[in-house]
Ligand binder design. Sequence first.
Ligand code: ADP
Ligand code: GLC
Length: 484
Amino acid sequence: MRIAFVSAEVYPFSKVGGLGDVAGALPLELAELGVEIMVITPRYGSIDHSDFGIQDSPYRFTVKLGNEAIDCGLSRWQSPQHPNVRVYFIENERYFGSRGVYTDRKGTPCDDNAQRFLLLSKAALEICKVMNWIPDIIHCNDNHCALISVYLKNKPSEYPLFQNTKTLLTLHNIAYQGTVSMDRRGIYDLPDNLFYPTVPMEWYGRINPLKAGILFADAINTVSPTHAREIAEDEQFSAGLKGVIAATGKPVHGILNGVDYSKWSPQRDIYIAKPYSVRTVSEKKFNKIALLNDTGIDPAMVDKPLIGMVTRLVEQKGIPLLIEGLERMLALDLAIIILGSGEPDYERSLSAFAERFPGRLKIDFGYNNPLSHKIMAGCDMFLMPSRFEPCGITQMAALKYGTAPVVHQTGGLADTVIQWNGQTGNGFVFEEYAVDDLIKSVRSAISVYYDKYKWRQIMLNGMATDFSWQQSAKQYIELYHSLL
Ligand code: ADP
Ligand code: GLC
C-alpha cells in the first residue's frame, strides 16, 4: 500500500506542537508494518539541510496559485532505518525559504499562510506526479492540506492519475480552520459555485479550507476516541463544524496518538540527570534535585510536591484557569515549573506571579526540548488543565516518567489518564473546567503524595502504560484498507 502523508510540520525537521511529533513518528511505524510512505512537507528556512543530510534533487515542478505559476524545487531525505520512508521537501524561497512554520523568523504570523498552505496542498499532488508515484491514499493533516480532497473531487480532469486515490483527513485541531477573507478567492482556481453562501468553501462570509476538506475527504478522523465523540456531538468542541460533520454522513474515527518511547523513556533519556526505570524508581529523586538546582527553585522544596507544565500558552491549554487558580495552588505549599510560549497577555500575567513567588514558581518562556525532558523526569506531577485536548502527547510521556498527570477530563486526556481510586489509576482527573475542581484535584494529588506507598503505586501504574505508536499505526492501516 502506498501512502502520501502530507503535513505542515514534521519532527525533527520542523515542529510547533504535537502535529510535528505525529508526522515524525507515525510514518516510521507505518513503514515498519509494510506500508510504502512518502511524507511531503515544506522546506522552511529554519531547516538546515546539512544537519539532517537532506539531499537536493534535480526535479522541479510548477504550481498555479491564481494567475501565478510558482516554480518549486524538491529535496529529499531517506530514513536510514526505514527504506520504505522518504520525506520530500517543497522548496520555494518566497513562501517557505525565509520563514518558520506559521510565522516569520521573529514569530509574527505570516499574512500569506493561505497561499503558503495552498502551495503545500497543490505541490503534494505535483510531487506525486513528477515522481511518477501515485498513492492509494493521501493522508492529509489539519487545515493546511485539507484542500487536497477538494481539488481531487472538483478538478478531476487536472488529476486523472488520482482517479483511484482516496483521501483521509486527520483533525488534530479542529479549532484551527485556516479561514481567510473572501477577497483571496482568486488564488484557489476552484469553481465559483463552491464559494456561494453556505456551500463547501464558504463560512460566515469567509473561506474555510477545513470545512471544505471535511466535506470532500473520503474519511475523517481525530486523534482520540473521546474527542471524536466530542466533535461529532458538541457544537463548541467542533468549533462550529458539528453540522458540517453531520452533513458528510460519515463517522469521525478516533485513533489515539502514540508517544515515541525512543525519545521519551526515563531509562534512556539523554537529557536527564539520572536515568531510572521501574526497578530504580527511587532514583527519580536525583532528577528533582537537579531540576530545582537548574531552575533556581528553593532546594528546601525537595520534599514538597513539584508540579510541571510544558505547553503552548494558549486558551485551549487551560491557561486562563491556571492563572485564576495559581495563587490558591501556591498556597498549598508546593512548587511549580512552567515551560511554555505563546500569547503575550498570558506571559505577562505569569511573569507577574513568578515575581511574587520567587523560589516557588519558575517560568521559562522559551521553546526548550532538553528542559521539557528534565521537567518530565524531575517533577512529581504534570498539570494539563486543557479546556479541550484532541489527544495531548505530553501527558502520555509524563506517565512513562512516573510523573502523575493532573488533567481536565476531556478528549485524549480522558482516554489516557485514569483517576486514582486508592489502588488503581495513574493520575488525577477533574470533571468540570472550573477552578474549584482544579484545586480539588491538586489537593487530592498532594494528599496521596505524602503517602509514599500509594504514591509509588501511582508512579508504577503510570510507568506501566503503553501508548506506543504501533497500536495507532495498526488502526490507521485498518482505516486505509476500509477506504480501498
Ligand atoms: P499541542 O500539539 O496541542 O501543542 P501536544 O501535547 O500534542 O499538544 O504536543 C505538544 C508537543 O510540543 C510535545 O512534544 C511537547 O513536549 C512540545 N512542546 C510544547 N511546548 C514546548 C516548549 N515550550 N518547549 C519544548 N517543547 C514543547
Ligand atoms: C493538536 C492537539 C493535540 C494533539 C496534537 C497531535 O495540536 O492540540 O491535542 O495531541 O495535535 O495530534
